[in-house]
Design a protein around this ligand. Structure first.
Ligand code: URA
Length: 238
């Protein structure tokens, strides 16, 4: 059960305040009866809502957090290969969900699926600079100036990356690092390390904005995000 004003404003065509006003003006009916209070709770999946005499189509905004396994495509559908949508429970599949951003087929970790096109666009827009944190295992030791080069921006053949943060967790022959970037170009992390002479042999995304991958989510599992978690995506990590 959800508040009628929340349901009416979920489609993005009216604000919560406008929805409340529409109720007070007698423009909203549920199952043939006039709704008198914006706080009235109804079931949007079974109750019939009319706004100004026309059926109101409820578009529930969904946000899912997925722990992407290797070997699965970050796409809504593909004629031949398994996609991340194949990992979503059946009852959530036909809700217009799509992956908000891409991970390479062999990359694992945090992937967000949503049907909120506007918010996803905001999250992915280059000018938003939403921070993404990755953990990478490398095939060879890093040069001694690696951190400084990441901090300055790595020069690639077609662009120079924005300044990024490199943390070295294990230094042995196959180092383990954490990297924070503020953009998301094709193969960006792999290309940044390659520019320093190292190949990424394992890559996993562990955070987007201030949202961290839920450690209880097993590889291949997904779950709906809370409103608070959606907010964390758009908050800069400390
Ligand atoms: N950078 C990469 O190289 N690959 C990914 O999947 C994500 C970021």
């Amino acid at each position: 059960m959800e508040r009628i004003d929340k349901i009416l404003s979920s489609g993005g065509t009216m604000s919560r305040k406008e929805a409340g006003l529409a109720v007070r003006k007698g423009r909203v009916m549920v199952n043939g009866a006039l709704v008198r209070s914006a706080s009235e709770k109804i079931n949007p999946d079974t109750d019939q809502i009319m706004l100004d005499g026309a059926p109101f189509l409820y578009h529930k905004v969904l946000w899912l957090m997925l722990n992407k396994p290797a070997g699965v495509l970050s796409a809504a559908r593909d004629p031949k290969q398994k996609t991340v949508l194949d990992l979503v429970p059946e009852e959530l599949r036909r809700k217009g969900l799509f992956p908000a951003g891409r991970l390479d087929k062999d990359t694992t970790g945090l992937l967000i699926l949503t049907n909120d096109g506007e918010a996803a666009h905001h999250m992915l827009a280059p000018k938003s600079h939403v921070t993404k944190r990755y953990r990478a295992r490398l095939d060879a030791p890093l040069p001694s100036d690696a951190k400084e080069r990441f901090a300055k921006g790595i020069v690639l053949s077609d662009f120079t990356t924005l300044p990024s943060k490199l943390k070295i967790l294990e230094e042995e022959n196959q180092p383990l690092c954490e990297v924070e970037i503020h953009e998301g170009k094709f193969h960006q992390i792999k290309r940044m390390f390659l520019a320093l002479g190292c190949t990424v042999i394992q890559l996993s995304r562990i955070a987007i904005g201030s949202l961290e991958l839920d450690p209880l989510l097993k590889s291949g599992e997904c779950r709906q995000m809370t409103e608070e978690e959606v907010g964390l995506v758009f908050r800069e990590p400390k």
